[in-house]
Ligand binder design. Structure first.
Ligand SMILES: *Cc1c(COP(=O)(O)O)cnc(C)c1O
Length: 402
């Protein structure tokens, strides 16, 4: 007799496309930092939907905002105004210190929006000859899965057999200022980077890199576009990862946590001299900026306005990184740890197991994580995680790699 879990996985695999390889756990409910599977087993969520669940599962304030909005109006399309849109844009712009917001749904769409905006800005403001605009991006980036976005991925799996690729992108090594300086030409309209590379293994660039990118892009008349979809909105202990080095990009690209783990909400946030290049009919989305999305995101912004979650991520992050540093110093299987705030990439000696095997061993100990490349485990627990739960989760990690 197959267990309930086996039956669920079999049906998922029978008719669900195999574009993911999930851990063999079937979640049926969740609260805070804990998920419960269909057999009633509880697991500590140390992934938080890649930061989409930064405010925890079933956050009462976010659910209340969603439920209240569900009873009023959920979708108008942008053909009409609705009464949550203005507040959402005003408060998100203020949170970012910018003038204008263009809402979309998924992260990849926000990246596409930023790419289109930068190109149009390049032709209409910078004066780049039509059809020649270039955007510089970093090797090992992750900006999403659309055809244009995978065109500038350096990851074989993400790209292979999805061509022909969209031209107009130049790849440089992440953190290499000389390469970036050399890549920028008169046709370059933007530099698009993650201030911390998430999927690549939570790679923090060398100190001084982001300020130097800021200075270089300003000097050369190029937009600095920061993809803060995973790093932003509290994860690193600040509202934005760029803040750690007091850098203000021209364009913020946001997603994941902006939807509070309830609905997909993404946005491009910039000043009018950039976003103002888009006029009616030139870009849009049926669901982008819908009333339900705005209602949830307004509550997310309210959570962030208090500063409470940034402070919590900083405090618990320090605790987590101190513990992880002990694991590195202990001379066990952990080779290196990177990250900021409540976010870490933990490199394990490959002889000790692949990231996948380690994730499975952690699952046996009731902790859910996701590997990134090779033998790296990514830790990104919800920012609401309790101190004792965090310690317990790290105890399980220590037991697995000790
Ligand atoms: C997840 C992510 C994306 C893509 O977001 P989707 O909502 O999955 O399309 C883009 N950039 C970064 C840095 C991400 O982490």
């Amino acid at each position: 007799m197959a267990t309930q879990t086996e039956q669920q996985i079999a049906s998922a695999e029978e008719h669900g496309a195999h574009n993911y390889h999930p851990l063999p756990v079937v979640v049926s409910s969740a609260e805070g930092a804990w998920m419960t599977d269909i057999e009633g087993v509880r697991y500590l969520d140390m992934l938080a939907g890649y930061s989409a669940l930064s405010f925890g599962h079933g956050n009462t304030r976010l659910l209340a905002a969603a439920k209240a909005q569900l009873d009023r109006v959920t979708l108008t399309s942008r053909a009409f105004h609705h009464d949550r849109f203005g507040e959402f844009c005003t408060r998100l712009a203020a949170l970012c210190g910018k003038e204008a917001v263009l809402p979309m749904n998924t992260g990849a769409e926000a990246v596409e929006t930023a790419v289109k905006t930068a190109r149009k800005w390049g032709y209409e403001v910078k004066g780049v000859p039509e059809g020649t605009a270039k955007i510089v991006v970093a090797r090992n980036n992750f900006h999403g899965r659309t055809t244009t976005v995978v065109s500038f991925s350096s990851d074989h799996e993400a790209r292979h057999h999805f061509g022909p690729y969209t031209p107009g992108f130049d790849l440089v090594p992440y953190g290499d200022l000389t390469a970036l300086r050399e890549a920028i030409t008169d046709n370059t309209v933007a530099v698009l980077i993650e201030p911390i590379q998430g999927e690549a293994g939570v790679l923090v660039p060398p100190e001084g890199y982001l300020p130097a990118v800021r200075e270089l892009t300003r000097e050369r008349g190029v937009l600095f576009m920061a993809d803060e979809i995973q790093s932003g909105l509290g994860r690193t202990g600040r509202t934005f990862a760029c803040e750690h080095e007091e850098v203000v990009p021209d364009v913020y690209i946001l997603g994941k946590a902006l939807g509070g783990g309830v609905v997909p909400v993404s946005a491009v946030v910039a000043d009018w001299d950039v976003l103002g290049v888009l006029r009616p009919g030139e870009h849009g989305s049926t669901f982008g900026g819908n009333p339900l999305a705005c209602a949830v995101a307004i509550e997310v912004i309210a959570l962030l306005e208090s500063g409470e979650f940034q402070a919590r991520a900083a405090r618990l992050g320090e605790r987590m990184h101190a513990r992880l540093a002990e694991l590195v110093a202990g001379g066990g299987a952990v080779r290196e740890v990177r990250g900021r705030g409540l976010w870490a990439g933990v490199d394990v000696d490959p002889a000790f197991g692949t990231g996948r095997e380690l994730s499975e061993r952690l699952m046996d100990r009731r902790v859910l994580v996701k590997d990134t490349h090779g033998s790296t485990i990514r830790l990104a627990p919800p920012l609401v995680i309790g101190e004792e739960d965090l310690d317990w989760g790290l105890d399980q990690l220590a037991a697995v790699v000790g």
